[in-house]
Ligand binder design. Structure first.
Ligand code: ADP
Length: 503
């Protein structure tokens, strides 16, 4: 924590496996084959640790999207996946998890190179998280039962009524750049377990682990056309996926702004839609805590993944009696969270994903300063070629400031004081978002009271951003529609059919 040696912002050399992967020609994965685009357009992919272009990917055309959707449609309609015995579907999904596990180190490196997150973090969080999503959902393939229902208005024995659970059809799945592999697996796992087929589009900034995952699809035993992975821009390829008449379901994770647009665009064809969107998650620290223990937790809540987390604890509320101590404790973590190149083994945080994101985050910091906020930590960016921003704490803020109201999606937290529980619950809810919230206290009653009062899809007690495949995840208010993970996660890919037979 107190290591003050200057940081070397030079990115390390890539492994041979990574170099070989990066030297491939841009291709799409459709019908279990690598296939060229119908046109020549490509998109450059950068290593945010150096700002250098490392490869190019296909900028999918309308025809490419149509081909991917057609492959998924055919694979769904002819029953080659849905019709398999559940045990086979379960085994194939688990086999994909096995293969991911066998290549874990390579996936962690590619994720680090592509996204900028430290390889150690990708290895500890992203890759195991992705595997866990697949394994948890694989088991659901064999547990999708309907029920026998006694009709309300008919005599017993007159009719036989029951429900069937059937897959919704072809899913278009669009994921963001902050946890590329994890988000991809979180999306495909429930769809596959339900018996859906799919087209997945990773974010244009971070397509690499999804493309590497495609290599494993046929090997795992998925029939052709069940999983199709295409690359391209959101407003072109993504938009076509969302509006495509042969797509039955859209699952999106990304910004609230694009989520609203996607929801509107999916309406004409009345697709099923789940949206996991932005957040401005409160972290509430009650006066009874041990500040020395809790301050690093509050710092981790915002600085993990350089704050590029939809559930980042970006609004810190510390009780007036301990506020200064909490800020000191958070500021003391600066060396630990100082951004470093993603392949530096000492890195706990990396650069932001892109120049665009860097400019956006620095713009917010400047806006905060202009509006009268004071910088208690960071507030600047180191001089380097990549997109590094120092972890930042802003104090002297008020609820009207853009840094308090808007999602920054960077390592920037705004800290405010409070005096009592009702006041802090009201302040925590003073936002259009409702994705996550953290409460730190030793008082069990206070914990439960705040868990009930705070309007968000998840409330963490004495921890933050703990995610588990079995626990439903999603947003209140403008943070989304529907739930992923858990039983609710698979429900989002199922239709319920009632069968009523006169006896
Ligand atoms: P961010 O603002 O964090 O970059 P976005 O919400 O713009 O996140 O992007 C998340 C994902 O949504 C990416 O895969 C992106 O390509 C895709 N996307 C962006 N715009 C659209 C759109 N109009 N229709 C469908 N997908 C889109």
């Amino acid at each position: 924590m107190n290591d003050m040696t200057p940081i070397d912002y030079q990115q390390s050399a890539y492994s041979m496996a990574a170099k070989t992967f990066l030297s491939r020609a841009p291709k799409l994965f459709i019908d279990n084959e690598w296939t060229a685009s119908s046109h020549d357009a490509t998109i450059g992919v950068e290593d945010p640790s150096s700002g250098r272009e490392i490869c190019r990917i296909v900028d999918a055309s309308d025809r490419d999207v149509d081909r991917a959707v057609a492959a998924a449609r055919t694979a769904f309609d002819d029953g080659r996946w849905t019709g398999l015995p559940p045990i086979r579907r379960e085994r194939i999904i688990n086999r994909l998890a096995d293969l991911l596990e066998a290549h874990a180190d390579e996936f962690a490196e590619i994720e680090a190179i592509d996204n900028g997150k430290p390889k150690g973090m990708a290895a500890a969080v992203d890759v195991p998280g992705a595997i866990s999503q697949l394994r948890f959902m694989a088991g659901w393939a064999s547990k999708l039962n309907g029920e026998v229902i006694q009709p309300y208005t008919m005599p017993t024995g007159a009719v036989f009524g029951y429900t069937l659970r059937e897959p919704v059809g072809v899913a278009a799945q669009i994921v963001p750049w902050n946890f590329p592999l994890l988000m991809a697996c979180l999306k495909i796992a429930p769809a596959l377990a339900a018996g859906c087929t799919l087209v997945l589009k990773p974010a244009e900034q971070t397509p690499l682990t999804a493309l590497r995952l495609a290599d494993l699809v046929a090997e795992a035993g998925f029939p052709a056309g069940v999983i199709n992975i295409i690359t391209g821009y959101g407003h072109t390829a993504g938009d076509r996926m969302v509006k495509h008449p042969d797509v039955d379901k859209v699952a999106f994770t990304g910004s609230t702004e694009i989520g609203k647009l996607i929801n509107r665009n999916a309406t004409d064809t009345l697709k099923h839609v789940t949206l996991e969107l932005g957040g401005k998650s409160p972290v509430v620290i009650m006066p009874d805590v041990d500040v020395a223990q809790v301050a690093p937790g509050a710092a981790g809540a915002i600085f993990f993944n350089s704050g590029q987390v939809c559930i980042a604890g970006s609004r810190l509320f510390a009780h007036r009696s301990i506020f200064d101590q909490v800020i000191e404790g958070v500021a003391a973590t600066a060396p630990f969270w100082a951004p470093r190149p993603s392949l530096d083994p000492q890195a706990h945080a990396g650069p932001l994903v892109s120049k665009e994101q860097f400019d956006r985050v620095m713009g917010y910091i400047e806006a905060g300063k202009r509006d009268g906020a004071s910088v208690a930590m960071g507030g600047d960016a180191p001089v380097a070629d990549g997109y590094y921003v120092n972890p930042t704490v802003l104090v002297d803020v008020n609820p009207q400031m853009s840094v308090v109201r808007e999602e920054i999606f960077g390592p920037v937290v705004v800290a405010q004081r409070f005096d009592d529980l009702d006041e802090v619950a009201k302040a925590a809810n003073d936002t259009c978002f409702g994705l996550g919230a953290g409460v730190w206290t030793k008082d069990v009653a206070v914990m439960h009271k705040l868990a009930a009062k705070i309007k968000s899809g998840t409330v963490w007690g004495n921890c933050h951003a703990v995610i588990d495949a079995a626990l439903p995840f999603g947003g209140f208010k403008e943070s989304g529609i529907g739930r992923e993970q858990g039983r609710q996660g698979i429900e989002a890919y199922l239709e319920t059919k009632s069968v009523i037979i006169q006896l």
